[in-house]
Design a protein around this ligand. Structure first.
Ligand SMILES: Cc1ncc(COP(=O)(O)O)c(C=O)c1O
Length: 288
């Protein structure tokens, strides 16, 4: 693991952060999860744009701006040296007084962690994962805007914890209206009669970059795709369901709340999109 911190790249176990950083004290900051595919950082400008928007939304000025972030990501990924990797980019509010007021923080910290990728097992990928609807709901945007990828991820942490306690792989999170928002750290897609559907960001989904890529790929492949509200029933009734995200990439869902999804493990749309995605990543990367 290589880590950029305080202006240089160090080994993972050498990276240190002051305990008074509001990123630690209050989850005050923003982050991104990116992937290196074939020595290229996938959709780096899109990740930086999303991080910039999130930082503006919480009034956090990124030292050196997006140009500095780009340089840091590429330098850390080069130091890591692997063709395939996972990148975690973080900007904290910095050290300040113990109160929540961020105006006492003077030195936002940029941290970039590059590590190997933890993938689902091949067995999970081919069989599909088990999903359960969890009891925690995605907060509405006037409580904690899910479109800001902030360090305040306790909502997702508790969703993932509940899913594991109940013996499932991932948790499905509903919004306060009871429609599907997303999974803890992944977007949800359902296929019914050849049409691809995913909830809109206004239903509590992060505007995922993998999600946007699949919508783009579907259009190019002539697969009808819609951003539309989905209920739990729509997923159980779907022919195929899958999750997407920088970490998960694309992973099929075998069951929801114990009910099998689809029939006989056939996933023609997923398989087509999965193959197209493998080609797509080659065309949308920033070389190291
Ligand atoms: C809450 C949430 N939803 C969805 C996603 C998927 O987004 P992306 O495809 O940009 O990784 C993430 C990614 O980390 C996430 O944290």
């Amino acid at each position: 693991m290589k880590v950029w911190i305080e202006g240089r790249v160090v080994e993972g176990d050498e990276a240190r952060l002051p305990v008074t950083d509001h990123g630690l004290l209050y989850g005050d900051g923003v982050f991104e999860g990116l992937r290196v595919y074939g020595r290229q950082v996938f959709r780096l400008p899109d990740h930086l744009r999303r991080m910039g928007a999130g930082a503006r939304a919480i009034g956090l000025e990124i030292p050196g701006g997006l140009e500095a972030l780009e340089r840091i990501v590429l330098e850390t990924a080069r130091a890591h040296g692997q063709d395939e990797a996972y990148i975690r980019l973080i900007v904290t509010r910095g050290s300040g007084a113990l109160g929540v007021d961020p105006s006492t923080c003077r030195d936002p910290q940029i941290i970039c962690i590059v590590d190997g990728i933890r993938l689902y097992s091949e067995e999970k990928r081919s069989r599909g994962i088990d999903l359960v609807t969890v009891s925690v709901r995605r907060p509405p945007s006037d409580v904690l805007d899910p479109r800001v990828k902030s360090l305040n991820y306790l909502n997702s942490v508790l969703a993932a914890r509940e899913a594991r306690l109940r013996g499932a792989d991932e948790g499905l999170i509903l919004n306060l209206q009871g429609t599907v928002a997303e999974a803890a750290v992944a977007n949800v897609f359902a296929v019914r009669d050849g049409v691809l559907r995913t909830p809109p960001a206004t239903d509590g989904a992060l505007a995922g970059i993998t999600r946007a890529s699949l919508l783009e790929i579907a259009e190019a492949q002539g697969i009808a795709a819609r951003e539309v509200s989905l209920g739990r029933f729509d997923l159980i009734d779907a022919d195929e369901v899958f999750l997407t995200g920088a970490g998960a990439r694309m992973v099929p869902v075998a069951s929801l709340d114990g009910a099998a999804v689809g029939t006989g493990g056939q996933r023609p749309v997923f398989d087509r999109l999965d193959a197209a995605f493998a080609e797509f990543v080659k065309t949308r990367g920033t070389p190291l």
